[in-house]
Design a protein around this ligand. Structure first.
Ligand code: C2O
Ligand code: CU
Length: 464
């Protein structure tokens, strides 16, 4: 089982220890449990729900909702989710972005056997980071997520900043044919391109999501891209909006959201102050990733006197390891991203020439490693990972169990004052990231275009 390609790492006293020192304080190694336990029952089952334009749509849903329930816990609380599978297929629940014990990560055949139809599984962990996370199946996710299985996990700060409102917007797209979800999954067309892009875009399941606010409010708006393949670039111009958090961790400073590419899996939290002068106005939020803009949702400001929101400093003041001047350091792992003919769907997506072949759908897979390549990442050390996109397609690369920081794109230093768990690698692009993994275990590295992942673009990292 070959490592991806490894280059020699400079020996002791190297610049690498400087990177680890800079990392200290970026995010904690351990959770700080308060002793409070939050019990949640979660059930996946087919449902018919008024979605999109309000007509009934056959979906697969968590707790008869799409998006599934927003689970809220405070930092330090223990979340105990008793999951029941009422689907006709095996499934799992993966907690995207959450640093948790490896056995709770929800990856079938790697961290647990799949949950069979009628089966249950208890997920239990104390989140270590306060922010916006989400959960979704990790088995045939190209179909299961597309049919509606996803929900948001909000981990609140021990003392949440006093926003007048804390709102979640889940962005998704759907391929609808004759009033139903197109049952053709993993088509050659989708595999050759950037996965399945739908013909209907929704926010919180609706094509016409409206948020009504009062002048003077200061709201926290949490955005998640739950689409299989579509990238969104939400445009909040006209509003005083600042990015305060990316992928569940606060940024080092508030950032302009303009141009931020919200790839599948990514989250951003926005801090938006509605000016008193905006009474009666309507702001439409559009997606500008594609040539033709797509309407997403609107923020309607009511008439009347402004509410007074207490002034407070932006929570976007995290310590984020600077990791500058790392260009000369050799990557520990390099991944080449490419497609070839073959496999179950006629096209395979590969990492260093390997396509993960895994049991799914029909049987609970339990095999060790389950057909994935495994590479090693040393715990508490700094590593550079390089993604070289030999294809012209998009690949949002996601790592489980750790946050990383983008160091450079095409050799040009990047200036991102934040960590991520998912980075969009554009066609023919090379992206370097730095990471200090803190949590032991076998963690997935995969493309979050779910069709690409299903067609092989998955690998494993052993952190030890
Ligand atoms: Cu959101 Cu392994 O995925
Ligand atoms: Cu991909």
């Amino acid at each position: 089982r070959g490592a991806a390609s490894a280059s020699a790492v400079p020996a002791g006293g190297s610049p690498l220890s400087a990177q680890v020192r800079e990392f200290e304080g970026s995010y904690p190694e351990a959770a700080s449990p308060t002793g409070v336990v939050r019990d949640v029952a979660l059930e996946a089952a087919p449902a018919t729900l008024p979605l999109l334009d309000g007509q009934p749509l056959d979906v697969w849903a968590y707790n008869v909702q799409v998006p599934g329930p927003t689970i809220r816990v405070r930092l330090g609380e223990r979340l105990r989710v008793t999951f029941t599978n009422r689907l006709a297929r095996p499934t799992t629940v993966h907690w995207h972005g959450v640093r948790l014990p490896n056995a709770m990560d929800g990856v079938p055949g790697v961290t647990q056997p799949a949950v069979p139809p009628g089966g249950t599984f208890v997920y239990e962990f104390v989140p270590k980071d306060a922010g916006t996370f989400w959960f979704h199946p990790h088995l045939r996710s190209s179909e299961q997520v597309e049919r509606g299985l996803y929900g948001v996990l909000v981990v609140e700060d021990p003392v949440p900043p006093p926003y007048s409102r804390d709102i979640v917007w889940v962005l998704d797209d759907w391929r609808i044919r004759e009033g139903a979800i197109d049952p053709q999954f993993n088509t050659p067309h989708d595999l050759m391109h950037d996965g399945r892009w739908g013909n209907v875009i929704t926010v919180n399941g609706s094509i016409d999501e409206r948020l009504t606010v009062r002048p003077g409010e200061r709201i926290r708006l949490r955005l998640l891209n739950a689409a299989n393949g579509r990238v969104f670039a939400p445009d909040f111009s006209g509003l005083d909006a600042r990015v305060i958090s990316v992928d569940g961790l606060y940024t080092a400073k508030p950032l302009d959201p303009a141009g931020f590419e919200l790839a599948p899996g990514n989250r951003i939290d926005l801090d938006i102050t509605i000016p008193a002068s905006a009474a009666g106005r309507q702001f439409s939020v559009v997606d500008r990733f594609t040539r033709r803009p797509n309407a997403l949702a609107s923020i309607d400001v009511s008439q009347g006197a402004a509410v007074r929101t207490p002034a407070f400093p932006s929570p976007a003041a995290a310590h984020v390891a600077p990791w500058r001047d790392t260009e000369a350091i050799a990557p520990r792992l390099e991944y080449r991203l490419a497609a070839r003919r073959g496999g179950e769907f006629g096209i395979e997506w590969t990492l260093n020439g390997a396509a993960a072949r895994h049991a799914h759908d029909t049987e609970a897979s339990t095999a060790e490693g389950d057909g994935h390549e495994v590479s090693v990442l040393p715990r508490r050390e700094w590593s550079k990972l390089r993604f070289v996109n030999d294809s012209g397609r998009l690949h949002p690369i996601h790592l489980h169990g750790m946050f990383f920081k983008v160091l450079s794109r095409n050799g040009r230093p990047a200036d991102e004052p934040f960590f991520r768990d998912t980075v969009l690698v554009h066609g023919r692009e090379t992206v370097d990231v730095g990471v200090v993994p803190l949590d032991e275990g076998r963690w997935m590295l995969h493309c979050h275009i779910l069709e690409h992942a299903e067609a092989g673009m998955m690998s494993l990292l052993d952190v030890k």
